[in-house]
Ligand binder design. Sequence first.
Ligand code: ZN
Length: 147
Amino acid sequence: MAKRNILRFGDETLRKVCRPVTEITPQILTLLDDLAETMHKAEGVGLAAPQVGVLRRVAVIETEPGQLIELINPKIIAYSGEQEGVEACLSVPGRQGMVTRPMNVTVQAMNRRGETVEITGHELLARCFCHEIDHLDGVLYIDRVKR
Ligand code: ZN
């Protein structure tokens, strides 16, 4: 595993739409490992591949210590409710803003074994699902800040 550099707001790469993963290659597994290590070192709760300069639909989330969630080609298949809360991003250091997100979000994704999984998150995890999947489409939370 290796720590990678996190791109900062202003880098064009963060605004690109990422390509889906078509095959779980050793490179994808290494990417997952590196994303987790980089997220842990930066003390974040989520990190998406474009944030380390890789334009693939891959992200990791860890809102509960030790409960790493790895997402390949994630998509939101259901959501409900609403929450307003403070959001921040490792690519936009030193800033935060209020963003409205769904309270409950169900994501379908592939895991590292290539199996399709569905995960439902509430509150912070629901917010992270939205935030990280936004990254895969070149969207940053600051685009959604109301104030
Ligand atoms: Zn972010």
